[in-house]
Design a binder for this molecule. Structure first.
Ligand SMILES: NC(=O)c1ccc[n+]([C@@H]2O[C@H](COP(=O)([O-])OP(=O)(O)OC[C@H]3O[C@@H](n4cnc5c(N)ncnc54)[C@H](O)[C@@H]3O)[C@@H](O)[C@H]2O)c1
Length: 313
């Protein structure tokens, strides 16, 4: 494939990993901003023009601002691609933000890359897998083509809305798995909770305008299993910490930018994005993330209700 000019926003774990994967075949530039001081590594408006692809390897919360700046200064065709699995302060996903800033028919096209692609595995030469989801098939295929010589295997897909909700919401369910495992509730219960989470995720994806099948793709099932079972998973670790009484990640009514999953739980409630009563496992998880008390009883009560039993836990 021909050499592309790629700009990577963010030089954290994912930004560095992408740079390592792509720099052999493409011309790669970097931009970052210190989240504490706000200091930017370069003037984005001077750096961005001329690039064919901009990878947003930053959390969701600065996406709208950065997409607006990119849209104003890129005057040649390019693809903007995000990997962020969170909602911004307005409750918007990267799919919604990109659709607004990069409208169909314009010079800038967009897509999302979601799936089991833990930065450490890829940085150490192992494989990664993800959907390359875009509203346009051609863009999805171009995204997959960028990585064609790397160990990140991308499947072109046309459901970015579903991919975004699947990837974002699985980070809310994963701490529940961490809680159950942290309390030693068993392998069988983990399997049940994962099956329930997936079933619910498919209905939520549809309710939010995506396709239910996307919940069973790399962006949903693939990422859910990986994150829920990886010893190094941040979101699984949050659940394990809550199970041992460490409440440093408890969801409060303010944004929690240290954990995207916890922050998503807060944003879903703040912006009324879902009718929680329709999704009992999601509702249980959100409740335990903000009030992690009697976790075992709460999970077993859920199991009994699901099977129509009234046994005491
Ligand atoms: N780590 C993974 O394995 C993984 C996998 C898939 C997707 N993701 C997603 O990728 C995104 C980045 O993850 P990461 O692991 O690289 O995080 P990280 O904390 O290692 O890096 C985040 C980067 O974003 C920059 N940043 C933070 N706030 C910013 C702001 N307000 N404005 C501009 N830049 C800002 C930081 O300077 C840093 O370079 C997350 O949304 C995450 O969900 C991560």
């Amino acid at each position: 494939m021909s050499q592309r000019r790629i700009l990577i926003l963010g030089q954290g774990a994912m930004g560095r990993m992408f740079s390592g994967l792509l720099r052999h075949d493409h011309h790669v530039s970097h931009w970052d901003r210190d989240p504490d001081s706000g200091k930017e590594s370069a003037v984005l408006e001077q750096l961005a023009p001329g690039h064919d692809c901009v990878i947003f390897a930053v959390p969701a919360h600065p996406h709208a601002e950065l997409a607006g700046r990119i849209a104003d200064c890129l005057k040649t065709p390019a693809i903007c691609l995000s990997i962020a699995k969170g909602l911004d302060a307005d409750g918007h996903s990267p799919a919604e933000i990109f659709a607004q800033h990069f409208p169909a028919g314009g010079l800038l096209r967009w897509g999302l890359v979601y799936g089991p692609m833990i930065a450490r595995d890829l940085s150490e030469g192992r494989t990664g897998f993800a959907l390359a989801a875009s509203p346009e098939r051609e863009t999805a295929e171009a995204m997959a083509g960028l990585f064609a010589t790397t160990r990140l295997y991308l499947q072109p897909d046309d459901d970015p809305v579903g991919a975004a909700w699947a990837a974002i919401l699985k980070n809310v369910y994963v701490p529940l798995i961490g809680m159950a495992d942290g309390l030693g509730l068993g392998d069988n219960l983990r399997g049940f909770l994962l099956a329930e989470a997936l079933r619910e995720l498919a209905t939520i994806v549809e309710a939010r305008g995506g396709q239910g099948r996307t919940a069973y793709s790399l962006a949903g099932l693939g990422d859910l299993i990986t994150t829920a079972t990886s010893a190094s998973s941040h979101h699984r670790g949050i659940g394990e910490a809550l199970a041992r009484g460490d409440h440093s990640h408890v969801a409060t009514d303010t944004a929690n930018l240290r954990s995207e999953g916890v922050n998503t739980a807060v944003m879903v409630q703040r912006h009324g994005l879902l009718r929680l009563a329709d999704y009992p496992l999601f509702e249980l998880t959100v409740r335990l993330l903000s009030a992690p008390e009697n976790i075992e009883t709460a999970i077993l009560d859920f199991v009994n209700r699901r099977f129509g039993r009234t046994l005491a836990a």
